[in-house]
Design a protein around this ligand. Structure first.
Ligand SMILES: *[C@@H]1O[C@H](CO)[C@@H](O)[C@H](O)[C@H]1NC(C)=O
Ligand SMILES: *[C@@H]1O[C@H](CO)[C@@H](O)[C@H](O)[C@H]1NC(C)=O
Ligand SMILES: *[C@@H]1O[C@H](CO)[C@@H](O)[C@H](O)[C@H]1NC(C)=O
Ligand SMILES: *[C@@H]1O[C@H](CO)[C@@H](O)[C@H](O)[C@H]1NC(C)=O
Ligand SMILES: *[C@@H]1O[C@H](CO)[C@@H](O)[C@H](O)[C@H]1NC(C)=O
Ligand SMILES: *[C@@H]1O[C@H](CO)[C@@H](O)[C@H](O)[C@H]1NC(C)=O
Ligand SMILES: *[C@@H]1O[C@H](CO)[C@@H](O)[C@H](O)[C@H]1NC(C)=O
Ligand SMILES: *[C@@H]1O[C@H](CO)[C@@H](O)[C@H](O)[C@H]1NC(C)=O
Ligand SMILES: *[C@@H]1O[C@H](CO)[C@@H](O)[C@H](O)[C@H]1NC(C)=O
Ligand SMILES: *[C@@H]1O[C@H](CO)[C@@H](O)[C@H](O)[C@H]1NC(C)=O
Length: 837
């Protein structure tokens, strides 16, 4: 009885460990593996046998890690056809094929190879985890499990296309953790463009790795990827420098691609790497022609240089998937001074249309030239894989660009028009590119002001600190000194500006000294009547001439506008902006002190039948450029983004040398940060210079100033007021009149007859065209001030054709006037009309 039992156990043990005992990792023709038996690889790295996943009673034939204590299956033979009992057997059939059958000799799975000459075959489990079927006489591999991956990628396993066999090897997730059946997620090498992996959920791209060798070798990792591209196959493999690492890459049905490493100490798998991790990893998160920046907490999407959101509304709602389109106002990018702007550290874009990406071996310069030559080339990049320089060029949509927050990734060169080129080279500072001419124009515009402002600021602060303690004495000193610095907060105590939390560093003038300077505001010294009060000329004791704007006591709006103007202009410095010297607030009196402009304002000259002849064409052209520079400074270059809102010829003052200076910042607004547009219920400005979207909806932006600039430009060229009327077409405004002439190809007819002698036809024509571009009805069609300056500065750029301007007909604009917001707005519309100072 005892020996009988012993024998039984021995037989059982023998049966169970038979493959062990034979010490072979090989299954030959006369052997089989039954459920409960396993075959182990030589170094005992992997086992093959039957298993049931967690929470499942079905049986599957699979390969798993032998040294890992947690059952981790890397390959399944019958993933969609499980056994419902333990009757499964794996054996080699007479014809040499591996077959998996049940107790009724029904085949559930088999290899399908034809064995030449009926030679005997054997199946062998290798230590890499590969099950191979070989021809015994010459060891030819007839079939291998690595060619039919399930959800796991092991080191030494190729994922990609085998040209010889036509097998496309890719990973497919399990249905769930307890069902190895074919799931929805696929990780596959996509060969439509540069070879790169795509992770699909169903048939929808979900994540993309980007092409190799996009990530430079600067990024050190002990995990290496090898790209195999030879006559046999185009595929990837990966391996660790240290082969003792137990590792796998697995596709999860929840949509996660994980690279895991077994941690022996903790007895668990640890994540080495996974994707997608960020929202930006998701394919097309920001649509086409955009960049996704995971570091941007607000909204991760932004458009590539030269592009704007396709649907601004969706974009505003933080939904970026519709992506971006070329800027409507963009200039032509075909032989028109265009170039490239570098976008750093990105994942290479993807061309969703096959055949729109080219890979060639070319130097960086060659690559750039090749892309520049073909107008449909949207971007290029130059990659060095160690031996040769590859040139990647895209000829269509650019999809799925992600900015990495670490160094070591390639950059992308995006094709932009001349204006964006200038903008971006300016931003990046110094890089002039090969557009010498444009760069020259640009550098002459871009006066490096920031350091000056900073220095001034530091100096003023120091000065202020010193003075704060001796505030009383400082104030007393003011009587003797015309200008001094003091703590503004202190001096404003007890008056209307008390609540203002701004700490502006502007000189405070003493009322008595202003009274003396203007001869007690004598009518003889009155320069004109501004929107909020009269303007007086004055002379300080040191001989300096000043203009004093005395805000009328009755004007309720005065304080608001004064605060605004003091805050704003105090921080601005540009030779085309009128300089504020200080302010004076004492009791009822509120005054602003400016530098004195001897030549009054622009309207004083251009609309006057005699004085207009003092401004010849070249002077007028200089004035136009000067005004544009001043506005550009307000819009782009100052640290604030300022919208003037009331640009008109009477607010353009002229100094001794007839240099234009923009004045009157009473209604200017600061847009903060990235804000492009704002809205107001109080439409203030001047009829004739207001853009339609501002006049009607109260929406103002840099582009509404551009509109006003366009009107000013046309007025300077024509010497006519936009709200004057025309004999030929009494219903037309100046803009409408210019537009009519433009369409009839007679635009030069509008040029002021007093400069007939001096004007340069092509310059004048160009100016008119630019003026018309600025007054286009659609905000998006209007250029921005940088583009305006570029267009004024060079003939090298072909200008777009202007579309119909806004406010063509007088009646239309009269209607607009009556619908503008609020009861006081109509008054304010013309309130700020001032006749120079
Ligand atoms: C397999 O078994 C057959 C008879 O059952 C025998 O002729 C053959 O030699 C065996 N082959 C091997 C490799 O053992
Ligand atoms: C198995 O089922 C139990 C109970 O339904 C569940 O808690 C557990 O998570 C399941 N395990 C797996 C691996 O699905
Ligand atoms: C198991 O599967 C066999 C066919 O493969 C079928 O005939 C049998 O009814 C199944 N048994 C159960 C319990 O599902
Ligand atoms: C099982 O089926 C194969 C053909 O599919 C046949 O050659 C073999 O003899 C069968 N074996 C048994 C035990 O019925
Ligand atoms: C087996 O391969 C042959 C040709 O190689 C093919 O015609 C046949 O459909 C395959 N059978 C299966 C079940 O895959
Ligand atoms: C291996 O042997 C088979 C048949 O004996 C033959 O058809 C095949 O070409 C051989 N392969 C190699 C690589 O020699
Ligand atoms: C892995 O691949 C290399 C080269 O392809 C080969 O030399 C090595 O034997 C392979 N290792 C295994 C375990 O198959
Ligand atoms: C098998 O595993 C050991 C240690 O885990 C490792 O050193 C060896 O390289 C592995 N063999 C293969 C062929 O991967
Ligand atoms: C520019 O590229 C497109 C797309 O590859 C091509 O069809 C076209 O012929 C190219 N044009 C020139 C002038 O090379
Ligand atoms: C560079 O060339 C050498 C020799 O031709 C080759 O061994 C090496 O693999 C190449 N390196 C790359 C990154 O292609």
């Amino acid at each position: 009885m005892n020996s009988d039992k012993m024998l039984k156990i021995l037989i059982l043990v023998f049966l169970f460990f038979f493959p062990f005992c034979s010490s072979t990792e090989t299954l030959t023709q006369n052997q089989s593996i039954k459920d409960g038996q396993t075959l182990i690889s030589k170094e005992k790295n992997f086992s093959i046998g039957f298993f049931s996943p967690a929470n499942s009673s079905y049986r599957y034939l699979g390969i798993w890690f032998a040294k890992v204590t947690e059952l981790t299956v890397v390959w399944v033979a019958n993933r969609n056809d499980p056994f419902n009992d333990s009757s499964g057997v794996l054996s080699i059939m007479q014809d040499g094929n591996l077959v998996l059958h049940d107790g009724f000799n029904r085949s559930l799975w088999s290899t399908n190879v034809s064995v030449q000459g009926q030679a005997s075959t054997a199946a062998q489990l290798l230590d890499s985890g590969n099950l191979v079927l070989v021809q015994e006489n010459n060891k030819t591999v007839l079939w291998q499990s690595f060619d039919y991956p399930t959800d796991t990628w092991l080191p030494n396993m190729s994922i990609g296309l085998n040209w010889r066999t036509g097998l496309d090897r890719f990973l497919t997730s399990w249905k769930s953790r307890d069902d190895p059946g074919t799931g929805d997620c696929i990780f596959k090498l996509n060969l439509n463009e540069t070879p790169q992996f795509f992770f699909y959920k169903g048939s929808i791209p979900y994540y993309r790795t980007g092409p190799w060798p996009w990530r430079s070798s600067a990024i050190k990792s002990n995990c290496k990827t090898t790209f195999i591209n030879n006559g046999d196959e185009i595929a990837y493999q990966y391996f660790f420098d240290d082969p003792t690492f137990i590792t796998r890459v697995v596709v999860d049905n929840s949509g996660l691609l994980q690279h895991l490493v077994w941690n022996d100490g903790e007895h668990r798998w640890k994540e080495f790497w996974s994707a997608p991790t960020y929202r930006c990893d998701k394919y097309g998160q920001c649509g086409a022609y955009s960049v996704c920046n995971p570091g941007d907490v607000d909204f991760e999407c932004s458009c590539l240089p030269g592009y704007e959101p396709k649907s601004p509304r969706q974009w505003y709602l933080r939904e970026g998937s519709e992506g971006c389109v070329r800027k409507k106002s963009g200039l032509s990018m075909c032989g028109n001074g265009e170039g490239f702007v570098k976008v750093e550290r990105v994942k290479a874009p993807f061309s969703s249309v096959a055949g729109q990406m080219y890979l060639s071996i070319m130097s960086y310069e060659g690559c750039e030239q090749a892309c520049l030559r073909n107008c449909s080339c949207t971007a290029f990049t130059s990659l060095n894989d160690g031996n040769e320089t590859n040139c990647l060029q895209w000829y269509g949509e650019l999809m799925d660009i992600l900015v990495h927050d670490v160094e070591g990734y390639q950059s992308l060169n995006v094709r932009v028009d001349a204006a964006d080129l200038a903008k971006n080279t300016r931003k990046s500072g110094g890089f002039l590119g090969n557009k010498g001419r444009l760069a020259l124009v640009v550098t002459s515009i871009a006066v490096p002001l920031l350091p000056v402002i900073l220095l001034a600021h530091i100096w003023l602060r120091k000065k202020k600190r010193k003075k704060t303690r001796g505030f009383r004495t400082a104030k007393r000193k003011l009587h003797n000194q015309s200008v001094n610095f003091t703590d503004t907060k202190g001096s404003l105590e007890g008056n209307e500006l008390e609540d203002s939390n701004t700490n502006f560093d502007l000189p405070i003038f003493d009322l008595s000294c202003l009274v003396a300077a203007t001869d007690n505001f004598s009518p003889a010294n009155k320069l004109g009547q501004g929107g909020f009060g009269p303007v007086f000329k004055g002379q300080l004791r040191n001989g300096q001439h000043i203009a004093v704007k005395r805000l009328s006591k009755s004007s309720g709006q005065g304080i608001e506008e004064l605060k605004n103007e003091v805050q704003l202009i105090g921080k601005l410095q540009h030779r085309n902006l009128v300089k504020m010297l200080g302010c004076c607030i004492q009791g009822e009196e509120k005054m602003l002190i400016y530098e004195y402009m001897s030549n009054k304002s622009l309207n004083f000259f251009i609309f006057d039948p005699t004085r207009c002849s003092t401004l010849n064409w070249s002077k007028r052209f200089e004035i136009i450029i000067g005004i544009a520079r001043g506005i550009l400074y307000l819009h782009h270059d100052s640290r604030l983004r300022i919208i003037h809102r009331d640009l008109k010829t009477s607010n353009i003052l002229l100094d001794d040398e007839m240099n234009p200076k923009i004045s009157d910042f009473g209604v200017a607004r600061i847009l903060n940060g990235d804000q492009i547009q704002d809205r107001t219920n109080r439409v203030v400005g001047t009829y004739g210079y207001m853009s339609p979207e501002y006049a009607v909806f109260g929406k103002f932006s840099a582009k509404s100033d551009v509109f006003s600039f366009g009107v000013i430009l046309l007025e300077i060229v024509s010497g006519k007021k936009n709200n004057g009327s025309y004999m030929e077409h009494p219903s037309l405004t100046l803009i409408g009149h210019v537009w009519e002439l433009w369409r009839e190809d007679r635009a030069l007819d509008i040029v002021d007859s007093s400069i007939n002698e001096s004007y340069v036809p092509h310059e004048a024509l160009r100016s008119i065209q630019i003026g018309l571009l600025c007054v286009q009805e659609d905000v998006r069609d209007r250029p921005d001030m940088l583009e305006v300056l570029l267009m004024l500065g060079t003939d090298a750029i072909t200008l777009p054709s202007p579309k119909q301007p806004a406010f063509i007909f007088r009646t239309a604009s009269d209607d607009l006037k009556s619908v503008s917001k609020g009861s006081c707005s109509v008054n304010e519309v013309t309130l700020t009309e001032a006749e120079g100072r």
